[in-house]
Structures are given as structure tokens and as C-alpha cells.
Design a binder for this molecule. Structure first.
Ligand SMILES: NC(=O)C1=CN([C@@H]2O[C@H](COP(=O)(O)OP(=O)(O)OC[C@H]3O[C@@H](n4cnc5c(N)ncnc54)[C@H](OP(=O)(O)O)[C@@H]3O)[C@@H](O)[C@H]2O)[C@@H](O)CC1
Ligand SMILES: [K+]
Length: 505
């Protein structure tokens, strides 16, 4: 399934109507029918229903809904803002009038008189903040017991998820043909309720190739494992990071990597971290990074780490931000001839170092996955946070192409941008993952898949799905309060079992 912005949806509507010759009225009828199906499953004919209609085609859908419900004996009243401005919408309004469906001005809407309300005020055509009588109607409608939105709640921008003035707060949204970005981007995403996607006859021929993919099914593909394998078959991952006080981060990453099937996992850190790890995790090996007394890496520490040929590296969890440490990470990243996951403190840069770091990423040619959370991304690229939330799908694509890497933009709805510009939005928000350590687990999972031979783009996507699925399993077992990274890691085995196995050819 693809997600569209408002312009892309309008372009697909136009293609279907003008190039293929499908009448707009037919699409509007199909749209109305889809909403009516959602309503009749939840509302009985005697329960009073208000239908709020705007002047555009969203309002046109509303007149169709009113007619179809009225003909089925429903107690409907239309509230509108005057004669519609589009041909299709006007035609449906005229039919509603001839049928003598009660039509009232928007100002006369009294929410307490209705059991349910249908918001057909604005859809993807909303371009400026809602004000005046429209704003009052939306606010009043939010007081009705049961609320349906047509296509997208009025007041939510279909492209950015931003709220334009006041916004309708729906229990159900029936959207036409493709989900829109505003259904998934915050804060608009909080107002759509349950989202139902209805096919209405729009052709996919004009689907823009850059439209992001929606990942709402946590299915995946992992290679089948043959019996004649040994520990070298499944790769050796090196996790670089951990400082005194944050030793747990690198431990979580390494444990998650082991649980995801890596043959060998080593941690490179200072001697104190390595010592604590050796007692706690006997299955994880270690490399002691030569350090000054201050526990900061020495001049030749990177070459010491790079001596062994690893299959992949995770660099940064719990690493610390001292300039000597950051320099050490980047010496390792630039010297590594294997794929790397660059995470947490390895993504930290001072403003004056930004260009050098971005150049170093562009120069890498062995597979690079960046896993920033929004603040890390802001610091790394200079993109302001408010812009990032509303435009993150485009921004992720732009930076993945610019840097020639895979970008995992972490958040309630994590976005994965491939180095070829394909973008995936994961629709599996989970409050149980809003805890320190979740990101370390993700970096370890992705690193493990890289070490096992998956390419960077695929490892990032499958890794995010596996992480999300393990998170869901954990929260089913422990709830959203009591889960945590260690329990998350314990759920990876069940998540892998639920992934579909792909036969390796
Ligand atoms: N044939 C098709 O394409 C199909 C489309 N379909 C449906 O149509 C929807 C898109 O329809 P749309 O493009 O007509 O836009 P829509 O959301 O109704 O809003 C535009 C109207 O609102 C007005 N307006 C805008 N902002 C405003 C504000 N702040 N305050 C006040 N007014 C404001 C604007 O006025 P103007 O800016 O011109 O002054 C104009 O009158 C789509 O979501 C889907 O539901 C389906 O039926 C399938 C077939
Ligand atoms: K609407």
C-alpha cells in the first residue's frame, strides 16, 4: 500500500477522470457508498445523523451519503455553507433538494440533537486555516457521540498532518483509494480514529513512483538456515561503544544482535566496560580499545579495532560525546571495509564538523545505515525539528539520496529511506518502546542482519519490522508500562518465529 500527499491524490483523480474517462460523479458515488457502509454498520436508522457539507467535492461526497442513507430510511439532516462550487457536488446537492432531504445552514447545527455526525466539510482540498462558521461547526461536531470523517478529518492537512485552525476529531475516517500522509503524520494522525481505506475506482496507472510505502503488516523474510552451518556462517558483528555510566547501551545492542542470529558478536570498548560485560554476557566477545588514563581512546585505537575483518559493525550506542571519542568513531567508520550502522553518539557532531561528517558518509561504499532519532537528525543535518515531523517522508528520501546511505528515522512511526529513494513508513506505534535502550536494541538487530549478509536497505527495513514485532509481543506480555529493552530482546525469538521464512536460492 502506498501513502499519498494531497497533490498526488488530486493528480490521480484527474488522470482517472480526464485520461481514462471515468466520470467524477461515479467516483463520488463510490466514495459516498463506502462511507455509508461504514455508517450503517454502526448507526441504526432511527438515530439522528447530521451531515456537514463543505462547498467542494468533499461536500459532494456528503450529499451522496445523505441521499443513500435517506433512501434507506435514516433520519438525516444536511448542514451546509451554501450552494456547492463544483459541478459534481452541485448535482448531488440538487438531487438531495429534490428528494426533500432536510437541508439547514451550517450556523443552525446543534450537536446535542444528533447521535452521529459526518464531517464532509473539507478533504484534501483544505489549503488554509478553518475559520468562522466552519470552525464553529467543527468544534460543535466534536461534541457529538459518534463521529465519522469523509476522506480526512476537516482541519488536518492531507500532506503534512499539521492542524489548520481547528480540527475534527473522528472515531472513524473513510478515506478514498489511498491513505494520505496526514493520516499518519502527527498531530493530525491523532484525530483520524480507525482508518478505513475504500477503493472507489481510481486507477493506479498514474501512481507516482516516489510515493512512500506503508508498512502495516509486520511480516518479513529471513533466509532459511541449513543444517551444515557453523558459527562463521552467520557473520561476526563488532559493536563499538559503551562508556562508564552507559555500558548498558552497547550490551543491549550486542545481546539483541546475538538473539537475532549472528554467529559471533564482539564489543569494542574501554577496559572497564569490557570487564563488566565479560561477567554479565559470556556469549559476547570483546576487544579492549587502547585508552589513555582518562579512558578516552589513544591515537592508534582505531587501527587496533580495525585489525580483524568483521562482517558488519554497529558504532555509537552509549559511546559518549567527547571530541576524542567522536574522532575515534569516525576513524573506525572510515577505515571499516564492511557495512556499518552508525547510531547514537557516533551521530553527534558539532556544527563546524557537520560537513566533514556528511562527506565521510558520502565517501563510504560498503553499506551505511544511519539510525538517528529526530534530535540526532536535526543536529546531523541542520533540519529544524518542526519541519522534520510534517515533512519527514520527503526529508528522509532527500537525505538518503544525497548521502547515498540507508536512513532510519526513529519515532512513533519510524521511517526507513533506502539509498535508491524508496521510502517506507512503519505504522505500528507502541508506547512500550518509549524507553531508553529501545534504539540500542534496534541498532543491534540491524547490525546482526548486516553481518549475516543482508544488504543495508533490506537489513534496515526487516530490522525495523522485527524490532516492532518483538515490541508488540513484549507489550502483549507485559503491558505498555512494564516492558523494557531486556524483555524486548527476549521477545525477538517469538518475532522471528512469526516472520515468514524465505527459501534461500
Ligand atoms: N473528483 C474528485 O477529485 C474526487 C474527490 N473526492 C472528494 O473530494 C475531496 C477533494 O475535493 P476538493 O478538491 O474539491 O477539495 P475540498 O476538500 O472539498 O475543499 C475545497 C473547498 O473548500 C474550500 N476551502 C478550502 N479551505 C477552506 C477554508 N479554510 N475555509 C473555507 N473554505 C475553504 C475551497 O474554497 P476556495 O479555496 O475555492 O475558496 C473549496 O470550495 C476529497 O477529499 C474527496 O473527499 C471524491 O469524491 C472522489 C472524487
Ligand atoms: K472531511
Amino acid at each position: 500500500m502506498r501513502i499519498l500527499n494531497a497533490q498526488q491524490m488530486a493528480q490521480m483523480d484527474r488522470y482517472t477522470i480526464h485520461e481514462l474517462g471515468v466520470p467524477g460523479l461515479l467516483l463520488m458515488e463510490n466514495a459516498g457508498m463506502a462511507v455509508v457502509r461504514a455508517i450503517t454498520e454502526r448507526v441504526r436508522p432511527h438515530q439522528a445523523l447530521a451531515i456537514l457539507c463543505g462547498k467542494g467535492n468533499n461536500g459532494g461526497d456528503g450529499y451522496v451519503i445523505a441521499r443513500l442513507l435517506y433512501l434507506q430510511g435514516y433520519a438525516v439532516t444536511i448542514f451546509h455553507a451554501g450552494r456547492p462550487s463544483t459541478d459534481d457536488s452541485r448535482l448531488n446537492y440538487d438531487i438531495a433538494q429534490r428528494l426533500r432531504i432536510p437541508v439547514m445552514p451550517l450556523e443552525a447545527f446543534e450537536p446535542q440533537c444528533f447521535f452521529a455526525v459526518v464531517d464532509a466539510l473539507f478533504g484534501t482540498g483544505l489549503e488554509r486555516p478553518i475559520e468562522g462558521v466552519f470552525a464553529s461547526a467543527v468544534e460543535a461536531a466534536n461534541g457529538v457521540a459518534l463521529r465519522f470523517a469523509v476522506d480526512i478529518p476537516s482541519g488536518v492537512c492531507g500532506t503534512t498532518g499539521r492542524l489548520l485552525g481547528t480540527a475534527f476529531n473522528a472515531h472513524f475516517t473513510v478515506t478514498m483509494e489511498y491513505p494520505k500522509r496526514g493520516h499518519y503524520l502527527y498531530p493530525g494522525a491523532n484525530l483520524r480514529g480507525e482508518l478505513l481505506v475504500a477503493p472507489i475506482g481510481i486507477s493506479s496507472h498514474a501512481l507516482p513512483p516516489e510515493a512512500p510505502h506503508l508498512v502495516d503488516q509486520l511480516r518479513g523474510a529471513l533466509p532459511r538456515r541449513n543444517g551444515d552451518s557453523h558459527k562463521g556462517t552467520f557473520g561476526h558483528l563488532l559493536c563499538v561503544g559503551g562508556t562508564v555510566g552507559k555500558a548498558g547501551a552497547i550490551r543491549l545492542g550486542a545481546k539483541a544482535a546475538m538473539e537475532t542470529g549472528c554467529g559471533l558478536v564482539s564489543v569494542a570498548s574501554n577496559h572497564q566496560v569490557v570487564q563488566s560485560l565479560q561477567f554479565a554476557e559470556p556469549e559476547i566477545m570483546s576487544v579492549i580499545v587502547p585508552c589513555y588514563d582518562s579512558l578516552l581512546p589513544e591515537g592508534d585505537s582505531a587501527s587496533h579495532v580495525l585489525e580483524h575483518p568483521y562482517d558488519a559493525m554497529v558504532i555509537g550506542p552509549g559511546g559518549g560525546r567527547h571530541s576524542r571519542l567522536v574522532q575515534f568513531y569516525w576513524e573506525v567508520i572510515q577505515g571499516a571495509s564492511c557495512p556499518v550502522v552508525i547510531d547514537a553518539d557516533a551521530l553527534y557532531c558539532e556544527d563546524e564538523d557537520r560537513n566533514d561528517i556528511l562527506e565521510a558518509i558520502i565517501r563510504r561504499s560498503n553499506g551505511t545505515v544511519l539510525t538517528p532519532h529526530p534530535k540526532e537528525f536535526e543536529r546531523l543535518t541542520g533540519t529544524p525539528l518542526p519541519e522534520l515531523e510534517s515533512c519527514k517522508l520527503d526529508i528522509a528520501r532527500e537525505w538518503a539520496l544525497k548521502l547515498g546511505c540507508t536512513l532510519v528515522l526513529k519515532g512513533a512511526r519510524t521511517t526507513v529511506a533506502w539509498s535508491n529513494g524508496d521510502v517506507y513508513l512503519l505504522d505500528c506505534p507502541n508506547a512500550a518502546l518509549a524507553k531508553g535502550g529501545s534504539g540500542d536494541v534496534l541498532a543491534g538487530i540491524i547490525g546482526s542482519l548486516l553481518a549475516q549478509g543482508m544488504d543495508a536497505d533490506r537489513a534496515a527495513l526487516e530490522g525495523c519490522k522485527l524490532h516492532a514485532l518483538a515490541g508488540q509481543i513484549m507489550s502483549q506480555r507485559h503491558g505498555s508500562y512494564s516492558g523494557g529493552p531486556l524483555k524486548h530482546i527476549q521477545s525477538i525469538a517469538t518475532a522471528i518465529a512469526q516472520f515468514e521464512e524465505e527459501v534461500q536460492v
